[in-house]
Design a protein around this ligand. Sequence first.
Ligand code: GLC
Length: 684
Amino acid sequence: MGRIDSLIAEMTLAEKLGQLTMTAADYAVTGPLITPLSEDAIRSGTIGNLLNLYGVEATRRIQKIAVEESRLHIPLLLGFDAIHGQRTVFPIPLAEAGLFDPVAWEATARVAAEECAGDGLHMTFAPMLDVSRDPRWGRIAEGPGEDPFVGSAIARAKIRGFQSSSLADVGAVAACAKHYVAYGAVTAGREYASTDMSEGMLREVYLPPFRAAVEAGVASIMPAFTDLNGVPLTASVFLLQEVLRGELGFEGVIVSDYHAVAELLNHGVAGDLAEAAALALKAGVDIDMMSDAYRLGLPVALERNLVTMDDIDAAVRRVLSLKERLDLFQDPYRRGRADTGTTAQSRALARDVGARSLVLLKNDRSTLPLAARKIALIGPLADAGSEMRGPWGGAGRPEDCVGVLQGLTEAGLDVRHAPGVPIEENDVSGLAAALALCADADAIILCLGEALLMSGEAASRAHLGLPGRQQDLADAVFEKAAGKPVIVVLFSGRPLAVTEVVSRADAVLAAWFPGCEAGHAIADVLTGKVSPSGRTPVSWPRAVGQIPIFFGERPSGRPFNPADHFTSHYSDVENTPLFPFGHGLTYGDFKLSNLRIEPGDPLTVKVDVANHGAHAAEETVFLFLNQKKPGVTRPLLELKGFGKIALGPADQGTVTFTLPAPTGRAELFVGPNADFRSMLSLSL
Ligand code: GLC
């Protein structure tokens, strides 16, 4: 009999339920670890997993209690939210998606995994794979943007990066694909609200990244807090058992979201903790994170015959199998080392990825790269290193983060700085001092946007303009600029509805939250040391009223026609986004030509790219398909590929895609973004 079978045979019910329980510890790198009760619970084997505890001393001490003082010596599984870095904070996932570069996506996950392992962790609750087309939802910041093809590519890259070639590797951690599924479609963009959609939409838009995660061997999956079509994901036999484990063949661990099992009572689908625990276990949830429903509810559920001991044993087996794959039984202390801070290498990667995540939205009259040296740096996010981490900044320390003021100063610019107004508070007392800087400057850089906590979890917004009195600051600066170039750098966890600011600025750089090397990355792009190459992975609305807005819409029987009033349109705003998916300018001047196909299955699609500009730059090119289907309307555009090419001035090259040969009538589109006006097309 193997180790796991013999353990299960020996375990008491309390010990089994302990393996199905994950409790939050303090964010304890030093100091008191977790309450004495929890340590006793670890000694008694009634807590088998922890989250939010990291650092080699803290994790070694607590693991020692489990391994050396509990009856069966089963090691703890330790998890944490290293969503975009652990000690080295990389750009938020929405920003990093805009690199359209799986090599970079994997590289940052690899560094995060090494740093997590260094902190004694075994699991990260990432990647977050929730496609979203609603920037009112704060968690759009954590995900891959609006498109499932991108989400699937990110899933594969991140799981390779986190899990390495084997979970037994000392630098590997178990990934956790979340939040299964369709969390990004919450009603009205309001956090934790219900989701409703057709099974077709679910399978075409929200499920693919999780399919890709399972195919990539993800070790665990976390169901969403939400209900889909009336069934909470935490209790969904259809989506967890039939689809995830049945159709997709997922054999790993399903860990609930924080307190989600007990929240089945709030959903109204369970009358008490025993029913909630039974629903979740029967649906396939193995670990109950922080609701104690399994520990307290399953003994009662057993008595009521709501669950069987076999159900419990099956879940325990999956949890112990994960611990075995992580080599925790062999050497529970193999992960963990003292020096887990950022390094020159990790910061160099953060700076490179940070620069490449920046999206140059507008650059009239080639305002950028900066010609000026005397800069008025104004705005509440100009000297805000700590905010650069963005939501879910892991173990990143504020003091490790470089803000814009530091970055521009170190780049040798002559910078005068004033915040002008705070990010959110209604206070304009600093406005005059900020405006006074404009007179003596050759260029003005306005750093505006959101605080890091204005996106991420529990951070939905109904208005997507600039917070606080920032619009007043911007208006006053535009008035005061007197013809000097005004560059706006926008910090946010989502697209903002800032049409008026964009129209008045000479240049606009969407910085999202670029991570610990933000200031250096932004200085590299503004000074021209690096050409911007980031592309937005999500459409930018002109107005909140356009939401949901995305490129993959179906045609409608009355597609917009300016000559015909009775066609799909608003009376007060254009249908098109302010910036389409894929938009992003560079310092090059790229032209596409000669789109062609080489027959076969898969097809080979080629397009020539030339840089007619004076700067070297990197272009990203997208391949879309409009596939007709008899009797079924299809999206106008479906993303089927993306490719990149770096070209010097007057250089040219070719980007090649492969595409499974479409059946029936189809049209190919290739372009720098999802705007038909910029594309080349071919009928198949
Ligand atoms: C949070 C989030 C989830 C995270 C978990 C543990 O509420 O929904 O993404 O992994 O709790 O922190």
